[in-house]
Write a protein that binds this ligand. Structure first.
Ligand code: PEP
Ligand code: MN
Length: 346
């Protein structure tokens, strides 16, 4: 960290900053310049809290040189993290992994039809929420544990892996018994007790970007999971609140190469929540693959008009098949491959 002094700061003010740095247990190195002095902090491991220094007389600015997250950063871990799932499915390597299915588990028939449709089109992982975090308490909240039991049965019958959401720390264990990947939703990205519990779950975690979260906040949320000893974190760009409500969210595809530059963690893209419009999903899925996303999360419903949540952004099975046909050559063009469903009995 660098403390930049104001122009004309006197030696007494500089001495006071040095003394406080030393009091904090670090070493200080004054770097006098032509117009002003900067003071470097040495001997710190990790980020220094600069708030006390920023308030001292004569201080103009406090500049952080190291990133606030360490475990999630590429600075400390150059190789990409590859999350290994049952059946040999990997996320973060050459494969682009498609997770598809309805927003919510609504019943056995709906879930089974969706699962067979997405598997036949080439998705490797079935997504569906048993617990739904809804903006309104009056909206359908999901089937809960009954939904989890249906997911377990469909996993068994189709050989598809499962990603499903845990909405609170108390629910992590039950979700982890069924899910191959535990989803932490956008509304919960900064629910720190949930993040910590997911970090101790022994299951990979799909962490969705909060709707007003910066990339730094997303990576700090991942840091909570990593710090509990769970290395298997998959990030997800699902759009952020923009100024224009023409689409449900502002789908920030720049997040994909940016996260790849800053972090070793894989990042997938969710064009369904990212746009909120069925007619835009395929175009943005193609763009996400081209941008280097390590996977896609796509809402698919056997009958979107009857969906109990997010029907307006859900594809029907034929639209999803078409999306998969279009995504494959794009993955090929950048030296990647859409992962095939393994169909193994698990
Ligand atoms: C979902 O995946 O259905 C969901 C609720 O997503 P998000 O948390 O991104 O809103
Ligand atoms: Mn949804």
């Amino acid at each position: 960290m660098l403390i930049v002094m104001r122009r004309g700061a006197d030696p007494e003010e500089i001495g006071r900053v040095v003394a406080v740095i030393e009091e904090m247990g670090y070493r200080a190195q004054a770097l006098p310049g032509r117009h002003r002095t900067a003071i470097g902090i040495l001997g710190n491991e990790g980020r220094v809290d600069g708030t006390r220094l920023a308030q001292l007389p004569g201080v103009e600015d406090v500049i952080h040189v190291t990133r606030p997250y360490k475990l999630a950063s590429r600075d400390w871990h150059e190789e990409p993290t590859v999350v290994r799932l049952p059946g040999g499915v990997t996320i973060g390597g050459a494969d682009v992994v498609v997770m598809a299915g309805p927003c919510a588990v609504e019943g056995e028939r709906q879930l089974m039809e969706a699962a067979v449709a997405v598997r036949d089109a080439g998705a490797a992982i079935l997504r569906a929420g048993a617990f739904k975090p809804r903006s309104s308490p009056y909206s359908f909240q999901g089937l809960g544990t009954e939904g989890l039991a249906l997911l377990a049965r469909v996993r068994e019958e189709t050989g598809l892996l499962i990603v499903t959401e845990a909405v609170d720390a108390e629910g992590v264990q039950a979700v982890g018994e069924v899910a191959d990947i535990i989803q932490v939703g956008a509304r919960n990205m900064q629910n720190y007790s949930l993040l910590r519990t997911a970090g101790r779950s022994g299951r990979p975690v799909l962490l969705k970007r909060g709707m007003s979260a910066t990339i730094e906040e997303l990576l700090l949320a991942a840091e909570y999971i990593l710090a509990e000893g769970n290395p298997d974190v998959i990030l997800c760009e699902r759009g952020v609140r923009g100024f224009d409500n023409a689409t449900r969210n502002l789908f920030d595809l720049g997040a994909v190469p940016l996260v790849h530059a800053l972090s070793h963690l894989p990042i997938i893209a969710d064009p369904s929540h990212g746009t909120g419009r069925r007619d835009m999903v395929a175009a943005m899925a193609r763009a996400a693959v081209a941008a280097g996303a390590d996977g896609l999360l796509v809402e698919v419903h056997p009958d979107p008009a009857r969906a109990r949540s997010d029907g307006g952004q859900s594809l029907d099975p034929e639209q999803f098949r078409q999306l998969m046909r279009e995504a494959r050559p794009i993955a090929d063009a950048i030296g990647r491959r859409i992962a095939e469903p393994t169909g193994v009995r698990l």
